[in-house]
Design a protein around this ligand. Structure first.
Ligand code: URA
Length: 188
């Protein structure tokens, strides 16, 4: 068994917070265990909870389009969330819940060792970058999480509510593509 598979088993047995009580499934995350890009959202919604997979509802379908527009396959990136169990009524996870679950996320990040992380939305940005992070003000700039470059951008659900956010998100993803191309050129 790989270390990532062992981690998934441990997370599935987790009872460190009460979110598991109200969730049908644990949404561990999925994708290429050696992904260059890791996308991190907030937490599972209804569809994700039902299917046990991240970003499979309406926001996920939009994320799939963004991933395709970048020229990537969904299976070549890695997709996860700040919390792995659905908060009741999709409320924002509490600081305690997020910090408890991030002990698992940290192990996941360490095993995947992505070249960069895309923080999807303010919850991810607040926990990965700074608790006071303002997504509208500071998205589109590079930050770091444990030495890994982080690009914060709007959450796909925000784009569904406000399509004018699509252009800035595309600008942010273009920066990510440029970063990856440069990184590749340097490693040749
Ligand atoms: N929103 C998120 O933040 N994560 C998901 O997995 C789905 C919707």
């Amino acid at each position: 068994m790989t270390e990532l598979a062992a981690l998934k088993e441990a997370v599935e047995a987790c009872r460190r917070c009460h979110l598991r009580d109200g969730a049908r499934n644990v949404v561990f995350g999925e994708g290429n265990p050696h992904a260059r890009v890791m996308l991190i959202g907030e937490g599972p919604g209804r569809q994700e909870d039902l299917q046990g997979r991240p970003f499979v509802g309406a926001a996920g379908q939009l994320l799939d389009k963004i991933i395709a527009a970048c020229g990537w396959q969904r299976s070549e990136v890695y997709i996860a969330n700040i919390v792995k169990c659905r908060p009741p009524n999709n409320r924002v996870p509490t600081i305690q819940e997020a910090q408890t679950c991030m002990a698992w996320l940290d192990q996941q990040i360490r095993l995947i060792a992505p070249e960069l992380i895309i923080a999807l939305g303010s919850t991810a940005a607040r926990h990965l970058i700074n608790p006071n992070f303002r997504i509208t003000r500071s998205r589109g700039h590079w930050f770091e999480y444990k030495g890994i470059p982080v690009m914060p951008t709007f959450h796909p659900a925000a784009l569904l509510r406000d399509p004018s956010k699509k252009r800035p998100v595309w600008e942010d993803f273009k920066q990510v593509i440029a970063f990856l191309e440069q990184d590749e050129a340097c490693s040749r």
